[in-house]
Ligand binder design. Structure first.
Ligand code: MLT
Length: 266
């Protein structure tokens, strides 16, 4: 399904009955909504689960290629309005987590719970900004495969690269099929994102932080800092997983997700 926005079409999918409690999933960069397939299927029996493609990813239009996390939040709210979701639980991984943190700070009354996966509240360091500049140069030079190789190495735990070949190949294919415009536009948007650290103390809904034990992009330390700052939050460490904890070890990830949702009646 598609939602027409002033900035292009957003592709989204719903799973389960709309009368059930809802949960909206936001994917990371540079993936698409299919990274949440296992979680959406798991929850579809007793939840209304929504997944969508961020601007320029999957089936969503790249539009102008000029993005900000603020615009991603606009898209989340537009999807909720379109589906008539007054309030929902929000689950975001990495870039999806950056978006979720900004969404709940902007619209605190629209969210009933928060799940922050493999993400961090801090903005880019200067080193990360320079890395992003180099990635943009690589893409502009026409070397998207080199970009994809580097991403795969950084995203997955070393063992997953050897043992989870279908997942690794799927992610590589998604990256290679994402347009240069969207990749570059998103890298700039991520570099320009706000520092959300101070906003964490304002979060008042049940919150779960999930992190892959071997995540090198958003580390255990980043997760621990968010856990310490968000009152009453829970934290789950997913073993044998890097940055894509929901794909690399979906059974541990899903167990933590289910426990959190049922404990908090979400
Ligand atoms: C992601 O998975 O969304 C990215 O790793 C986020 C980032 O590059 O900061």
């Amino acid at each position: 399904m598609f939602l027409e926005t002033g900035s292009g079409r957003i592709a989204f999918e719903t799973h389960g009955d709309k009368k059930e409690k809802s949960i909206l999933f936001i994917h990371g960069f540079p993936f698409d909504r299919s990274i949440w397939d296992k979680q959406a299927a798991l929850l579809s029996g007793d939840h209304f689960a929504v997944t969508f493609d961020m601007r320029g990813h999957g089936g969503s239009d790249a539009g102008s290629g000029q993005y900000l996390v603020e615009f991603y939040v606009d898209d989340v709210i537009a999807i909720m309005d379109h589906l008539g979701l007054e309030r929902t639980c929000l689950c975001g991984l990495s870039m999806g987590g950056y978006t979720a943190m900004r969404a709940i700070d902007r619209e605190p009354n629209r969210f009933s719970g928060l799940i922050l996966c493999d993400t961090k509240s801090a903005p880019d360091t200067n080193e990360t900004k320079l890395n992003r500049a180099n990635l943009i140069k690589t893409i502009l030079a026409g070397n998207k495969s080199q970009f994809a190789d580097g991403q795969v190495k950084a995203l997955f735990a070393p063992k997953s690269i050897e043992n989870k070949i279908p997942a690794v190949e799927r992610i590589r294919a998604i990256i290679e099929s994402t347009s240069d415009t969207a990749l570059i536009g998103t890298l700039i948007a991520l570099s320009a994102r706000m520092d959300m650290t101070e906003s964490l103390t304002r979060i008042s809904v049940p919150t779960l932080i999930i992190v892959g034990k071997q995540d090198r992009i958003a580390t255990l330390t980043d997760a621990g800092e968010m856990h310490a700052a968000i009152k009453g939050s829970r934290m789950a460490v997913v073993h044998e997983a890097g940055h894509l904890s929901n794909l690399e070890n979906s059974s541990e990830f899903n167990a933590a997700l289910l426990k959190f949702l049922s404990t908090n009646n979400l």
